[in-house]
Design a binder for this molecule. Sequence first.
Ligand code: PMP
Length: 396
Amino acid sequence: ETRFNKTRFIPPDAIFALTAEYLQDPFPRKVNLGQGTYRDGEGNPWVLPSVNRARETLSAQGLNHEYLPILGLQAFREATAKVVLGSELLPSRRLSLSGTGALHLAGLLLRVCQSPLPKIYIPEPTWSNHHQVFSSLGFSCESFKYYDHETRDLDIESYYSTLRNAEPKSIVILHACAHNPTGCDPTKEQWREIAQLMKARQLFPLFDAAYLGFNSGNYDEDAFAIRLFVGEMKMEAGICISFAKNMGLYGERVGCFMLATDTKEAAVNTQSMLEMLQRSEVSNPPAFGAKIASQVMGMKDLKEMWFADMVTMSSRIRSMRKALYEHLISFGAPGSWDHLIRQSGMFGFLGLSPEIVLKLKDDYHVYMAGNSRISIAGLNPGNVEYVARSITQCLK
Ligand code: PMP
């Protein structure tokens, strides 16, 4: 007899399960293009030199393991706001900041702010966790067509039309840059149109910003859309920041939810609300990674090093993207591959069928997400040719 006989079995998360499968594979030339984690030219995890330096400084200063405040490390919150929003933020616009689990925290806040619950519009395809985060909070998630599988490009007309017809006051998830998994972002002009359409229909922008600076190597460039909505268009917006990729702090769980509100009163009230919500969820966020990130962003020389580290990572990814493309072409892989070099960011969205994806894993030990998204960072000069040849042989 169990009180749990109503529980269902939930299959393991696909991408974490794929990593586990890869780790158990004894094949020497196996390649992991699944999980989006940066690897150096030899295929090893990379601790950013700026992060290494910050860590040394922190341990020389003497680290303790005290609790952070519920809202997180203040220096970290302030430095994050400054680096994300640049200097253009008007002083009258206030920010409420908070810690990790930014998307979930945003959802918790938005859930208590509006009744009946607003709809959440989510691009299709999207990062695999979006639907789960928001539907677990009771939101109804509505997918809209973001990507056209025929043209292998952003379907901007369908995007505009979704926004024109969206239920007023709904929430829209926006990938700030480096759209996961497609690698296709709107142009600056298209972002302006998106902002205008959203403003006209009172839609709330909720930015998911996991790749700022990691996409192009230029932080300001990658923060364009956020600054457009918040700075230039003066819209209320939620911004969910992750330092997993751009600082390589994956396992430290460093993130931040920021909210730009129209009035000072709303800023004060929402911050107090976030504090209460955070207290009942995790009480207070992890400290170590926040201390590192705050050191990196707060010291001029470390910040410069960090900006250079982001150039290192994004340039290596770009060169591997090009190398894969060139090998596919030179091996005569069937089909067109231009989309691969049109895309940007951490991922390549190959456009292979699930059968081919499975064959690549089973016969060639090349692991990728079921939708044929590859983490380009898993490629290096030692394996890119093998991957291209494997894809070619599977398709021929
Ligand atoms: N959003 C997107 C689009 C992502 O790709 C990721 C990381 N894969 C995240 C959010 C979450 O990052 P974190 O590890 O900081 O939770």
